[in-house]
Write a protein that binds this ligand. Structure first.
Ligand code: CUA
Length: 344
């Protein structure tokens, strides 16, 4: 949808044409009123110029019709822009079901990406054409912004929190990736490329770069190395909550509050464990802030995710893995299996 605009980057995602259409509308409205005002100004200046020294203009009283017109017409135009923009905003903010997932960490001055199958890239991202790709992103230091002009997609990454964004590429090719937030000396060098491949070529690429270790498996190893497993035991006798089947489900906290165990919650529980203690457990867990970097945290999140949730993806499911998009509470229809530790 939407024709290519001159001087614009190519349109390579499902959103690109829609964003350009709105942009074209904004330009047309601006040009129309800019010309209207300029022409009116000049012609009135000529037509109503002062012709003699003692000329006095007649007294004019207001015109209700005129005032209503110049209030109502602009109001109608800006409401069109608002509704159109809001519709586009929601479409961009809502991750479609069953996306392919990729984890992204911004760091001075590079972009690091990790695929569920374990492939890791720096300043590059390979994705298949025609598949929605969800990016779970964060920063290891300062605010960066992940910007792919051809996809009309830009998302800030903020240290300490996860941002989600998605795109669906529509044509194979290699597209610029920029950091669009000034982040220090080499900000301008924090660039890379997104390579969109035909599905078959992408599968070949995946197989070629295979490390044999999926993201979840890397997380499991970390889980053991950090000795998380001594407390979070799968037999539910540990000092910490059992993690099987927790992801994507509501969790009751010691405060009585209920939160959904999404990516952000898992991450927070690792770096700031006392923030949201699960009901029935003591706040005895030490913080792992500084002990695990953001990539490691993402691996741990992927591992906890792989332990089950509403729709579990095996660690090998790379393409269109049915893992839940950061599930809003309403998107968890199944009654949650409560962690056994609760209510003791
Ligand atoms: Cu990172 Cu600018």
């Amino acid at each position: 949808m939407g024709a290519e605009l001159p001087l614009f980057p190519v349109q390579a995602s499902t959103m690109a044409g829609r964003v350009d259409a709105l942009y074209a509308f904004l330009i047309l409205v601006s040009v129309f009123f800019g010309l209207l005002i300029a022409v009116t100004l000049i012609s009135f200046a000529i037509r109503y110029r002062r012709r003699s020294r003692d000329e006095r203009p007649p007294l004019i009283h207001g015109s209700v019709a005129l005032e209503v017109a110049w209030t109502a017409i602009p109001l109608g135009i800006v409401m069109v822009i608002f509704l159109w923009g809001a519709d586009l905003f929601f479409a961009m903010a809502r991750v479609p079901p069953a996306p392919m997932e990729v984890y992204v960490v911004g760091k001075r001055w590079m972009w690091k990406t990790q695929h569920l199958t374990g492939q890791r890239e720096i300043n590059e991202l390979h994705v298949p054409v025609g598949v929605p790709v969800k990016l779970t992103m964060t920063s290891e230091d300062v605010i960066h912004s992940f910007f792919v002009p051809a996809f009309r997609m830009k998302k800030d990454v903020v240290p300490g929190r996860y941002a989600a964004a998605w795109f669906q590429a529509t044509r194979a090719g290699t597209y610029h990736l920029f950091c669009a937030e000034y982040c220090g000396t080499k900000h301008s060098g924090m660039i890379g490329s997104v390579t969109v491949m035909e599905p078959a070529a992408f599968q070949t690429w995946l197989a070629g770069g295979a490390t044999g270790t999926s993201l979840a498996a890397a997380g499991e190893k970390l889980f053991q190395d950090l000795a998380c497993i001594t407390c979070h035991r799968s037999d539910s006798e540990g000092r910490g909550p059992k993690l099987d089947g927790v992801f994507g489900h509501p969790v009751t906290l010691a405060s009585g509050e209920r939160v959904v165990a999404d990516e952000a919650y898992i991450r927070e529980s690792i770096v700031n464990p006392s923030a949201k203690v699960v009901a029935g457990f003591q706040p005895v867990m030490p913080t792992y802030q500084g002990l695990v970097n953001e990539e490691g945290l993402m691996q741990l999140v992927a591992y906890v995710k792989s332990l089950g949730g509403p729709a579990t993806a095996g660690p090998g499911a790379a393409l269109a893995s049915p893992a839940p998009a950061t599930a809003p509470a309403a998107a968890t229809p199944a009654p949650p299996p409560r962690p056994k530790g609760q209510g003791r």
